[in-house]
Each structure stands twice: as structure tokens, then as C-alpha cells.
Design a protein around this ligand. Structure first.
Ligand code: ADP
Ligand code: MG
Length: 363
């Protein structure tokens, strides 16, 4: 087990700066996720930790040991690649044993280690099967077994579930987490899928265009996004530009030009991110926090609109409310039966509860 410490890491490929001045400290035994859209530098960062790339600037340390320019095979990291990178015409045994043979381990020991790890990933009955004859999910398990069998200090997973269908992806999430907890291994997981990141991680780093915007636990990232990029990328949100008007006791008052209305925000650390006067500001309110009612609602931040679309997902009902030509607000409620379903065109009141709005700067 090991900590991973990245300090001031930059990676350039010619004119392209894939990673810009990245600082991260990943704790021992932690399940840590790099989350961000395609092309934001996740794989490049993972490869610098594995040693397949060396950073242009900055340092990579495992515990206190400088690994910046150490060859990959001397790092004791196990990696699962997006496309698995298995040998299709070799058997499961041969694929998993490969890394051990390279390490000159005795045949008896290889047999034992491969057998043990295949039991762990529940593939022991497929030990003699050729990899090309396995399903996608089974191949995924072989790739995991191959990474784990060398008993790595750090497990690196690059979008390991992106080639699987939705149902299997959900199963494998639980499976990977179970293995990670059993081995207690420091794990860095790369994904562009916010649900994977939120459900699996101890902590998440949110990337965009070579930079890390925020590091935090899933609830911190979701409840306290630091800017509009993070608020939009993780979960869904209603985002409106606002300008600051005044402070009133425990509240701050903002103005939203899009609705030509004042917005009252309860002034706590949860609601107001730090910003300067020069920042462009937004208010963000999650769909599940917006109140919607055909009856009158009491308090501040109540507006009227008409239902423009209703989406039923089974567990939830998403109701979109058109406020004016530019603005539609999304609301989400748990499915509580037909009383939750409104017809399109219904006039409704919506409310942004003062303590559920977060004011954030633009990125
Ligand atoms: P992600 O994994 O988040 O999708 P990558 O780390 O693969 O993103 O890529 C980050 C940026 O660096 C992209 O603009 C990509 O085109 C560029 N890049 C990645 N690898 C190379 C390479 N070997 N040569 C040139 N550019 C690269
Ligand atoms: Mg990638």
C-alpha cells in the first residue's frame, strides 16, 4: 500500500498541454477517482503514475519516494486498460500468469497465485478457457485478476467499465469495490461517468481541460461545487446567472436578469462559494431541491410557470417548468403515484428554497 503524491505535474505533447500544474495527494487505501469529460487529461495523469509517460514538469511520489522517472515495471502498480489489452489467443491462466512469469516466480507459486486471484474475481472455472471465448464482463474480470495477481501497491483503472452494457456495468461497480475493500489497495479510478464516480469513490477529483477544479468526497462535490463547471458536470442543476445586490442579516440578495427577479439565499458556507467581485456569478439549484405545487407556496423565491414536459423514469418524475421564453426549470420528485404527475400546460408555482441554492463563480 502506498500514498500517491503529485506535485505541480505538467505534461505537454508538442503544442498540446494535456495536464497543467496538477497537485494531488491520494491517501493510503483510498478509492480515488479522476472524473471529467473526454480529453481532459485523465489517462495522461494515470499513465504518469504508472510510468508509461514521464511528466514534462513536476514530481510523482509514492509514499516519500520519488518515482518521477522510474520505469513502469519498477513501480509495482497494477493497471487495467480501457480496452483490457489481454492476449486473446492465450488462456485465462496464461494471461493472468504473464506478469508473474516476467518476474521469474516459480511455477508452483504462479499456479497458486493465479488460482487464488481467479477465485477472488469468480473466474476459477474458466481457468483453461481462451480469452477470446469469454464475454465482455468475464474479460473485464481477467484484466482485473491480471492487475491484482502481482500484489501491486497501487491499482490503476482506466475507464474499466466503458465497454460493458448498463446492467453489467452496475454489477461490476459493486464487484470492483468489493475487491478494492478486500485487498485494501490504494486505487485510482478514471471515468467520465458521474454516477460511477459518486457511487464508488472515497474522494473524487474533477478535471476539465488539463486542470483539476475540485477534490472532495462525493457529497462535498455534489452539495458544494466550487464553480459552474463542477455543478453542471456532476448531477443535474438549474443554473442562472446572477449579480449580487445586498446582504440582509443571514441572507444575501441576488438579482437574476433572466427572470428579472430577486433571489434570496441563506448565507452559509454550504450555499455561498467563495468568489470575488470580478467573478461572473451563477445560482445553482438541484432539480430535487426545487418545490413545485399547483397551490400557493409561502416564502421567498416563488415564481409561476407552466409545465412544458414530464419525464417518468419509474422511481422519479422530472417535471420541466417553462418560466419564460429563455428559462425552463427542471424539478425532480420521487414517484409517489398519480398525484405526482402533472399535465403539460398546467400552471404551477415553483420555489427555490433559500437554503438549497448555491451561489458559485463561473470557471
Ligand atoms: P482523457 O483520458 O481525459 O480523455 P487524455 O489524457 O487521453 O484525456 O488526453 C488529454 C489531451 O492530451 C487530449 O487533448 C489528447 O488529445 C492529448 N494527448 C493524449 N495523449 C497524447 C499523445 N500521446 N500525443 C499527443 N497528444 C496526446
Ligand atoms: Mg482516457
Amino acid at each position: 500500500m502506498s500514498t500517491v503524491n503529485l506535485s505541480e505535474i505538467t505534461k505537454r505533447f508538442g503544442d498540446v498541454t494535456a495536464v497543467k500544474g496538477l497537485d494531488l495527494l491520494i491517501k493510503e487505501g483510498e478509492f480515488f477517482t479522476f472524473l471529467g469529460p473526454s480529453g481532459c487529461g485523465k489517462t495522461t495523469t494515470l499513465r504518469m503514475i504508472a510510468g508509461f509517460y514521464y511528466p514534462t514538469e513536476g514530481k510523482v511520489k509514492f509514499n516519500d519516494k520519488d518515482m518521477t522517472r522510474v520505469a513502469p515495471e519498477k513501480r509495482n502498480t497494477g493497471m487495467v486498460f480501457q480496452n483490457y489489452a489481454l492476449f486473446p489467443h492465450m488462456t485465462v491462466f496464461e494471461n493472468v500468469a504473464f506478469g508473474l512469469k516476467v518476474r521469474k516466480i516459480s511455477k508452483t507459486e504462479i499456479k497458486k497465485k493465479v488460482g487464488d486471484v481467479l477465485k477472488k474475481v469468480r473466474l476459477d472455472q474458466y481457468i483453461g478457457r481462451q480469452v477470446s471465448q469469454l464475454s465482455g464482463g468475464q474479460q473485464q474480470r481477467v484484466a482485473l485478476a491480471r492487475a491484482l495477481v502481482i500484489e501491486p501497491d497501487i491499482l490503476l483503472l482506466d475507464e474499466p467499465l466503458s465497454n460493458l452494457d448498463a446492467k453489467l456495468r452496475e454489477e461490476m461497480r459493486t464487484e470492483i469495490l468489493r475487491l478494492q475493500r478486500e485487498y485494501g489497495i490504494t486505487t485510482i479510478y478514471v471515468t467520465h461517468d458521474q454516477v460511477e464516480a459518486l457511487t464508488m469513490s472515497d474522494r473524487i477529483a474533477v478535471f476539465n481541460i488539463g486542470k483539476c477544479h475540485q477534490v472532495g468526497t462525493p457529497t462535498e462535490i455534489y452539495n458544494k461545487p466550487v464553480n459552474d463547471f463542477v455543478a453542471k458536470f456532476i448531477g443535474e442543476t438549474n443554473l442562472l446567472p446572477v449579480s449580487f445586490k445586498e446582504h440582509k442579516d443571514t441572507k444575501s440578495v441576488f438579482y437574476t436578469p433572466d427572470m428579472d427577479q430577486s433571489i434570496f439565499v441563506h448565507n452559509t458556507e454550504l450555499n455561498i462559494a467563495s468568489y470575488t467581485n470580478e467573478d461572473k456569478l451563477y445560482m445553482s439549484v438541484r432539480p430535487e431541491a426545487v418545490k413545485i405545487d399547483t397551490n400557493k407556496l409561502d416564502g421567498n423565491n416563488v415564481f409561476t410557470g407552466s409545465v412544458s414536459l414530464v419525464q417518468f423514469t419509474g422511481e422519479a418524475v422530472h417535471t420541466y417548468v417553462k418560466m419564460n421564453d429563455q428559462i425552463t426549470i427542471k424539478t425532480t420528485n420521487l414517484n409517489k403515484g398519480p398525484s405526482t404527475y402533472l399535465n403539460e400546460g398546467t400552471e404551477v408555482n415553483i420555489q427555490f428554497p433559500e437554503d438549497q441554492i448555491r451561489v458559485i463563480p463561473g470557471e
